[in-house]
Design a protein around this ligand. Sequence first.
Ligand code: SF4
Length: 242
Amino acid sequence: MTVTDLDVTVRPRPTTLDLRELAESAGRFLRDAPAQQIVSWAAATFGDRLCLTSSMSDTLLIDLASRVKPGIDVLFIDTGYHFPETLGTRQAAAHVHDITVIDVHPSRTVAEQERDLGPRLFGRNPDLCCHLRKVEPLNRALTPYLAWISGIRRDETGTRTHIRPVEWDPRRRMIKINPLAHWTQADADAYAVEHNILINPLHHEGYPSIGCAPCTRPVDPGDDPRSGRWAGTGKTECGLHL
Ligand code: SF4
């Protein structure tokens, strides 16, 4: 299977084997390609069965992808625990960019979760809380799509050093596209300046990495940017990218 053999924009859904072979061949073909070329390939290959996910830390990936595919679906996981600044960035992104924002909600509200599982689950069992409020909702929301775009980079954390620009997502049986995989923070900063990218205002208050409010702290200059996430627990990932 080559990157052009399979027209996956037509129904019915390609088989898992076809998609997996496509991920492998495209992964080789696009291994060193620029981010814009990777997104262009994905848009041409998957059409409306392509989406991206955004935590609304900034709109860099949204800007890059919507220039290639105007109106692209942007999945935003509304955990119920976001900072107001993050929700504001989501609102601003929907106004500024040509995108379709889809708010993804957990099956339980925060109040329902506290009623059923007790208060402050994030403090007692953050893995379960992340599964219920992030992983399961995203898995459900991704069901209609054949491929999803993520903004993760190799340089962000030790658990991401292996990621490739195009790869098979075995848990969801779909293709995962990481067009920024090779980028550095300097690359991202340069793009943000050049394109006047919306930045979550918390970045200016000591939050270089932004997640849910109960699990995110500001960090000192020079510290690991992700050290403010689940600080003191040993947890480093929410589970979306494992
Ligand atoms: S980051 Fe914290 S509050 Fe958000 S889902 Fe995970 S454990 Fe829960």
